[in-house]
Design a protein around this ligand. Structure first.
Ligand SMILES: C=C(O[C@H]1C=CC=C(C(=O)O)[C@@H]1O)C(=O)O
Ligand SMILES: [Mg+2]
Length: 437
């Protein structure tokens, strides 16, 4: 029996069922690798989402609704619970700056309510088919669901990345980067704008295309303690990330967010890494980078939460870098929506700067490239739970290129060449997977 046959049978019985509204049909399946399952599929959009610290992954195919306008996100909150079922889950992202030019296809905002979801929790995986039935669309909606199920393909194995010579073009290059950092550090600028996160794109020309599912499968095991996600709206373009940073997680009214900013290398020797971590915890420049983030978050939560608690500084240890992290736990006022939380928290000074408007204007003036979804907010929204990562440690994959992004917080005490090195350290894991280092 094909894996989706039980869902087709459930669809058949729906014909005689008068229910309307959002419906989720589900059945257990035996799939071991979600990226491998996605690799086999031919329907779009294709989305993969795995949140940091969770033994739960999602793969999505197709869409039955899309939201392309950030203003429309407000409509996702306040939906009545579907009878006997669960709320719809929208997966997507917001650009770093939804008001400025963006990557075509990705746009200022793109959220998808998928037709098909594959959900793994622990060692249990289920295939889900979503329908939104009204009295008028019943036949068409059921036909669309049946068609999507019939178009499912067997999973493929993800494969190692083909080794190839990689030529790299940085934008900005080092001389331009030095000028940009100096501009931020100029006393009259720094006194008005104490932090600006500047970024760089590194374009790798590919003689041989990478498959996005092979790429995420290569990056993922090297990026523990991270969010992993892929948005592929068409075969030509994918946005992939292994991000260490949570924008927020909301479960009902409980909110978890964090200030992740401040960086030092990690070399792999336990004793040396502990010394480096201690150095990071005591370093004034890095502490300032981090402080400006949590101070901004706490101020912005004031109107939205009854309480907000800040943890002591911690170290988030990744393969090639270590970061300063302070967690924030808050309890939201009743009725606070994800649209409000996104507007309040995104972009944090971990990727933008502060004050927000002035630092964004300086980023636009100084950076030679559009950020698109780099430093954006990617994740999922449903009525009861929402979770977003900050879209860093990421790349945009096209058939002939992979463009990687990295940024660094520029504050008093920053040195241009050390910040350039920090960009390379942040990319080392993603790049190392390509060169099999
Ligand atoms: C902006 C990025 O990292 C942020 C997150 C952690 C540490 C950062 C830093 O130390 O500069 C950045 O604020 C990036 O990786 O592109
Ligand atoms: Mg830094």
């Amino acid at each position: 029996m094909l894996a989706h046959t039980p869902l087709l049978l459930q669809l058949d019985t729906l014909s005689a069922d008068p229910r309307t509204g959002f419906l989720r049909l589900r059945h257990p399946v035996d799939v071991t690798s979600l990226p491998g399952w996605l690799k086999g599929q031919t329907q779009y959009p294709q989305i993969y989402w795995h949140a940091r610290e969770r033994d739960r992954e999602f793969a999505c195919l197709g869409s039955l609704q899309e939201i392309r306008d950030p203003a429309a996100l407000a409509a996702l909150s306040g939906q009545a619970k579907p009878e006997g079922g669960s709320w719809p889950r929208y997966y997507g992202g917001l650009a770093f700056d939804p008001d400025h030019a963006h990557w075509p296809e990705f746009g200022p905002c793109r959220f998808v309510l998928p037709r098909i979801e594959l959900i793994r929790q622990g060692n249990h995986t289920e295939l889900v088919c979503n329908l939104w039935l009204t009295d008028d669309n019943r036949e068409a909606e059921m036909a669309a669901a049946r068609e999507a199920l019939n178009a499912l393909q067997p999973a493929l194995a993800t494969a190692p990345l083909p080794p190839q010579p990689l030529t790299r073009q940085d934008s900005p290059d080092l001389p331009r980067w030095r000028q940009m950092v100096e501009a931020v550090l100029a006393p009259d600028s720094l006194s008005r704008i104490p932090k600006v996160v500047l970024s760089r794109q590194s374009r790798l020309a590919l003689a041989q295309a990478y498959d996005p599912w092979d790429l995420i499968a290569a990056w993922q095991p090297l990026s523990l303690n991270c969010f992993h996600f892929v948005f592929r709206f068409s075969p030509e373009q994918s946005f992939l990330a292994c991000s260490p940073e949570r924008l927020y997680r909301r479960q009902e009214r409980a909110l978890a967010t964090e200030a992740l900013a401040g960086t030092i290398v990690r070399c792999g020797d336990a004793q040396r890494d502990a010394e480096l971590a201690a150095q990071l915890l005591a370093d004034n420049k890095n502490r300032l980078e981090n402080r400006l983030v949590h101070a901004d978050i706490l101020t912005r939560l004031e109107g939205l939460a009854d309480t907000a608690e800040l943890s002591e500084p911690q170290i988030l240890s990744l393969r090639r870098v270590q970061h300063l992290k302070r967690e924030i736990q808050a309890h939201l006022h009743p009725g606070v929506t994800d649209a409000q939380l996104l507007a309040a928290l995104h972009p944090t000074p971990a990727v933008g700067g502060c004050p927000r408007r002035k630092s964004k204007a300086l980023i636009h003036a100084l950076e030679p490239q559009e950020r698109g979804w780099y430093a954006g907010a990617c994740g999922l929204i449903s009525e009861d739970v929402a979770e977003f990562a900050v879209a860093i440690r990421c790349g945009r994959l096209a058939p002939d290129s992979l463009t990687l992004f990295a940024g660094a917080g520029i504050v008093e005490g920053s040195e241009p060449d050390a910040e350039w090195q920090e960009l390379d350290d942040k990319l080392a894991t993603l790049l190392g997977a390509l060169t099999h280092e």
